[in-house]
Write a protein that binds this ligand. Structure first.
Ligand code: HEM
Ligand code: SF4
Length: 594
């Protein structure tokens, strides 16, 4: 995996020192609240419903065991609210009818970062020092700048890969980091890049989506799309260039962002994302980008053209690790061995089929550890789990893991002969649920339990649905289903792209939930990307698990053999689902006779 250079390391350490100084000046009254706010935000420190929230950048999701250990220390020693804060929070939760508020844990996010929900600001500088000690930070995890570029968790190991996207993601990271021209864009800006035939990065839902491909002559280039996003106006991005030579990508992104920076709306934050500009201007925007690109290349001399030597230098940082001392097993023999083990232990066979992915090296596999289980929020890892995870990553995956878009963790370098041992250890840690891509492998935002912007809570719904669907046979029978939950229209839980989407809405100060069906992130199973459609007026929290069950029962009744939910919804339309869901609705009380 990519190793930071001395320059990067010094840069991150100096940033931590600078933050300590800013914090101290705020604590001693030399910086006002208003002056300190942008400084903390620029380092990933938000203030949420009850306490501060820290977002730590994990560039393109790659994370090392030594970094996981530091996250474990932070979770154990710092993700602990002050007593008064926790008391107030619990009282607040009590009013909402729950006392569930996980602490001492890290949270894996859909944009493959890590968040903490409880660290007191007074300890924030110590946390930044700890992070800097393993090359981590919160730069560009907040604010109207270019955020962490995401990619495919299987990058570099996927069997359907055309080109490894990680060197490009790293070059984009270096180029965007503190880019002076793009530090104050009209709104946040997100780039996703994929290099495989299957889009596992939801690229169409991003401000810029990049797909690496090869043309007929075998040359590498990008299909460039622009203007995707969720929020209150869900939009799928539009292809602006079918094939851009790879070495022009920085010049071209510069043109895209520059035109957006100049013309994007700043008068209304809901209309400030690039998707609104692209929708409003259409071809006019595309022409302006092409003209800007021409200027950058022809007048300015293409200052960001990537030299082959630079690509080679960065790509060399992503060479596969040497897995010493492991047997050289013939692939067919390995398959036979795994099959035999699976026959003895059907539970293992199920895990192999669900959580283990083919690898470019036939001796190896990529393994998803599931962070979706009863009693913990989707994507949450306790301090002990993080330490144990780090040990697994060292023992079985050459010290490297990936945070996935689905809020799990992937081990990309597991030798086939070690799968059984890994499964046993992961199982003991509660990380081996064979539920990857099934209903309970859901995405959920923190919602009203933590987030100050929420209309409703997401986590109790995630828990209620997880509890109801614990039978793996039933889950397998239901097949691959993307369930996505957001606590408000900001769409952090990607509800628009869920086959089933749940959105928290506020009516008369109470929590309600709108259900959508048929959304897609653009992956192979989900098909063409698009937003789900609402199936009727919103439901109460108590009704939602029954509504989900009604939807799933309808699917079972309507499906053709081997047809996944998303295809049944597309084939039969919303009507049968609407009827079943609305039958669940608790009838309004009959008014008393006069
Ligand atoms: C609790 C703290 C959080 C706050 C205050 C917050 C706030 C927001 C806001 C205001 C937006 C909309 C921005 C816009 O459209 O211009 C947004 C978008 C987004 N957030 Fe969060 N968020 C939080 C946590 C998370 C988490 C935990 C995740 C991942 C699980 C996440 C993932 C996203 C994503 C993917 C989007 C982009 C949706 C789109 O394409 O428009 N956020 N967030
Ligand atoms: S979707 Fe809304 S409730 Fe959920 S984290 Fe984002 S802003 Fe908060």
């Amino acid at each position: 995996m990519y190793q930071y250079t001395d320059f990067d390391q010094q840069f991150v350490r100096l940033r931590a020192d600078q933050f300590r100084d800013q914090l101290q000046r705020w604590q001693t009254g030399k910086l006002s609240e208003d002056d300190f706010r942008p400084l903390r935000l620029q380092n990933g420190w938000y203030v949420q419903r009850y306490a501060p929230m820290l977002r730590v950048a994990v560039p393109y999701g790659e994370i090392a065991s030594r970094q996981l250990r530091v996250l474990a220390t932070i979770a154990r020693e710092y993700d602990e609210p002050e007593a008064e804060v926790f008391k107030t929070a619990m009282e607040g939760q009590g009013k909402l009818g729950t006392t569930f508020l996980p602490k001492n844990c890290a949270h894996f996010t859909t944009r493959t970062n890590v968040q903490f929900n409880w660290i007191p600001l007074s300890k924030s500088a110590d946390v930044m020092d700890l992070l800097a000690s393993v090359d981590m930070h919160g730069i560009q995890t907040s604010g109207n700048c270019i955020r962490n570029t995401t990619t495919d968790a299987l990058a570099g190991v996927a069997i359907d890969e055309v080109v490894d996207p990680r060197p490009y993601a790293e070059i984009i990271r270096q180029w965007t980091t503190l880019h002076p021209e793009f530090a104050f864009l009209p709104r946040k800006f997100k780039i996703a890049i994929t290099g495989a035939t299957e889009d596992r990065a939801a690229s169409a839902w991003h401000d810029v989506g990049l797909k690496l491909l090869k043309n007929a002559a075998g040359e590498v280039g990008f299909q460039v799309s622009v203007g995707g996003g969720m929020g209150r106006t869900p939009v799928i991005s539009t292809v602006i260039r079918e094939f851009l030579p790879w070495n022009q990508i920085m010049n071209y992104i510069e043109a895209i962002v520059r035109v957006y920076n100049e013309h994007g709306r700043r008068d209304n934050k809901y209309k400030a994302r690039i998707k609104i500009l692209v929708k409003a201007e259409g071809q006019g925007y595309f022409d302006a980008v092409e003209e800007e690109f021409r200027q950058i290349v022809e007048v300015d001399g293409g200052p960001h053209t990537i030299p082959q030597a630079e690509l080679d230098r960065v790509a060399a940082c992503f060479v596969p690790p040497v897995l010493a001392d492991l047997p050289d097993v013939e692939p067919a023999r390995l398959e036979a061995q795994l099959e035999a083990l699976g026959t003895e232990r059907p539970e293992f066979a199920r895990w192999l089929a669900r959580n283990v992915h083919a690898h470019q090296n036939p001796q190896l596999r990529a393994v998803t550890l599931s962070f979706k289980r009863v009693g913990q929020s989707p994507g949450d890892a306790s301090a002990d789990q993080l330490d144990a995870l780090a040990a697994l990553v060292d023992k079985y995956s050459a010290g490297e893991a990936r945070v996935t878009h689905d809020q799990n963790v992937l081990l990309p370098w597991v030798h086939g002969s070690q799968l059984f041992a890994l499964w046993q250890e992961a199982k003991a840690l509660g990380l081996a649920s064979a539920n990857v891509q099934l209903l309970t492998d859901m995405i959920a935002c923190p919602g009203g339990d933590f987030c100050a912007l929420a209309n409703a809570r997401s986590l109790p719904l995630a828990e209620a649905i997880t509890q109801r669907y614990q039978d793996l046979d039933e889950l397998d029978d239901l097949g691959e289903i993307d369930l996505h939950i957001s606590g408000c229209i900001n769409s952090c839980g990607h509800h628009h792209s869920g086959h089933i989407g749940i959105l928290g809405v506020d009516k008369d100060g109470k929590e309600w939930y709108q259900i959508t069906l048929g959304g897609s992130d653009g992956s192979k199973l989900s098909g063409a990307p698009g937003a789900g459609k609402v199936i009727g007026p919103s439901f109460s929290a108590a009704e939602v698990p029954d509504v989900i069950e009604a939807v799933l029962t309808t699917y079972r009744d309507q499906r053709q053999p081997f047809e996944p939910l998303i295809d049944t919804v597309r084939r039969v339309g919303l009507e049968p689902f609407k009827q079943a869901a609305n039958a669940v609705r608790t009838p309004a009380p009959v008014p008393a006779a006069a």
